[in-house]
Design a protein around this ligand. Structure first.
Ligand code: ADP
Ligand code: F6P
Length: 483
């Protein structure tokens, strides 16, 4: 993909996220080579920004390097630099070892560190300043996710003329968890700087409103439009739920292309033409429930309910946050368990679990999804989970089946999925068994429901709905004369 320098023009539509859609990797020439960034945020925002032709502000994944604005594969991006110290304190520290575990039900204990917090404030200030520079007068600035919770209020101080949206891609916890953070009031104030604070699910928005009320704001609960209003310092911040989605039409087109169909057939052949392909695809994260899922597979192979050769299980994990101790430990645990399952139940040329620790390209991923009869998406906690929606988008012929955690945001919409409690490994194993024995017509009905759902509520509908409410919120601000 081509990257060309571009002039830092001001734009009417600015997306601000911790990561750019591409990560720069150092090369011998000194010029970075670019690859797609991991994670659901990029999956969702890339097609939206492409259509809106705005500017994306974010970190390019490198340290101690200033990169000038450039255009990558037709998208204009403004890199924000991080030092190696900030990588450790703002990104790996406060964002991913404090906020991330706290907002995901404290699956691992969050670390509280004042130095990390100070770094988080500093880096958020840098992002707010970059957004203030990139926004044209009266622009719309859309700030994303838990790494940038302070940016909305900071940006409002710098640029009261712009319309500010904020969207949280991960769960917002109940107040008894959130208020463990010594800096919870600063964070609430930061988020309330937005005209619209958007969440994945109504319960996230409710948790937020309850915490804002404890902070002292008056709250108008959601009315017929499902939007709540929070009175804060003479203005009103709107809140609501906007479940994020995927570029379903694009994925369906890709999945039905001759190249992807052909590759899907070859994947099944490479797996030894099993009767059933079972797949999981996750960022390597402790929220994704990978060890629990492997425990269920272990039981299934042990009891002969799955048989290597007849059933091929594939686990693809994309490397993530590899310097954080809990992530390193998780990788070790997963690889020991995969080794154990294969050692105990595999045969020569027929492993029980095919394990890939790498990112795969968009076409290759689509081919895996097409080749799969049963998809296991079993996070312990997940704001949404786009892999589940991608699987549904790739099955327009209504073949395949999805087992989905009831703790993934996607469970609220994918009514055709077989829901499980991912902590209950016995029940997870028996659900795999039950689904494989379900009549084809029933599986097909379920898959068809999910495919239609993800086609109707795609990522463009998500952005339209969010930005539509954001502009209504902004119009309300002007009417009140408090802009
Ligand atoms: P999260 O945002 O926590 O990473 P999501 O499931 O919402 O979780 O989004 C993950 C995104 O990353 C999806 O678009 C998925 O297809 C992609 N992805 C996950 N693992 C891989 C992989 N090994 N190779 C390529 N893409 C991957
Ligand atoms: O919301 C999920 C998310 O945390 C995004 O904010 C992030 O871009 C993605 O997962 C991947 O994580 P990271 O940017 O830490 O590699």
């Amino acid at each position: 993909m081509q990257s060309v320098p571009c002039r830092p023009q001001r734009s009417d539509f600015v997306v601000v996220a911790n990561r750019l859609p591409v990560v720069g990797e150092p090369t011998e020439s000194g010029e970075p080579s670019w690859r797609r960034s991991p994670g659901g945020l990029v999956t969702a925002l890339e097609p939206v920004l492409r259509r809106a032709q705005g500017v994306w502000i974010g970190w390019a994944g490198e340290c101690d390097r200033r990169t000038a604005p450039f255009s990558h594969d037709g998208m204009r991006v403004h890199p924000v630099s991080l030092s190696a110290r900030e990588l450790a304190s703002y990104y790996e520290g406060f964002s991913n070892a404090t906020v991330w575990p706290l907002f995901h039900d404290t699956i691992v204990p969050p670390t509280l560190d004042r130095g990390w917090w100070q770094s988080y404030v500093q880096v958020n200030t840098r992002f707010a300043e970059a957004a203030a520079l990139a926004a044209a007068p009266g622009a719309t600035v859309w700030v994303h996710d838990y790494q940038l919770l302070l940016v909305p209020a900071m940006l409002r101080t710098l640029r009261p003329d712009v319309t500010i949206g904020f969207f949280l891609h991960i769960p917002f916890p109940p107040e008894e968890l959130f208020m463990q953070l010594p800096w919870w009031t600063e964070i609430i104030d930061g988020m309330l700087g937005a005209d619209l604070v958007g969440f994945q699910l109504p319960r996230d928005a409710e948790n937020f409103r309850r915490t804002a009320a404890i902070r002292g704001s008056a709250i108008d609960p959601p009315g017929a439009d499902a939007i709540g209003r929070i009175h804060v310092g003479g203005r009103v911040a709107w809140t609501g739920a906007f479940p994020v989605a995927v570029d379903a039409a694009g994925l369906t087109t890709l999945a039905t292309s001759a190249a992807v169909r052909g590759r899907a057939r070859r994947i099944r052949a490479e797996l030894g033409q099993p009767d059933t392909v079972i797949l999981s695809v996750d960022r390597l994260d402790y929220t994704k429930g990978i060890p629990e899922r492997l425990a269920a597979l272990d039981a299934l192979y042990k009891q002969g309910r799955l048989i290597p050769g007849r059933h091929a299980t594939v686990q693809i994990v994309t490397p993530s946050r590899e310097r954080i101790p809990q992530y390193r430990e998780l990788r070790r645990r997963i690889e020991i368990e995969v080794g154990h399952i294969n050692g105990a139940y595999g045969a020569l040329g027929r492993p029980a679990v095919h394990y890939l620790h790498r990112s795969v390209g968009r076409e290759e991923l689509a081919a895996f999804l097409v080749a799969t009869d049963l998809m296991l998406v079993t996070p312990l906690r997940d704001g949404m989970n786009l892999v589940a929606k991608e699987y549904a988008a790739c099955h327009p012929d209504a073949d395949g089946a999805l087992i989905l955690s009831e703790f993934a945001g996607a469970a609220a919409e994918l009514h055709g999925a077989y829901l499980v409690n991912p902590y209950d490994t016995d029940r997870l194993a028996s659900t795999v068994d039950a689904v494989l024995n379900d009549p084809v017509a029933q599986r097909s009905r379920r898959m068809d429901t999910m495919h239609r759902q993800v086609r109707r509520h795609d990522v463009h509908a998500w952005a339209r709905s969010y930005l539509g409410v954001l502009h209504r919120a902004r119009a309300g601000r002007t009417v009140l004369g408090v802009s």
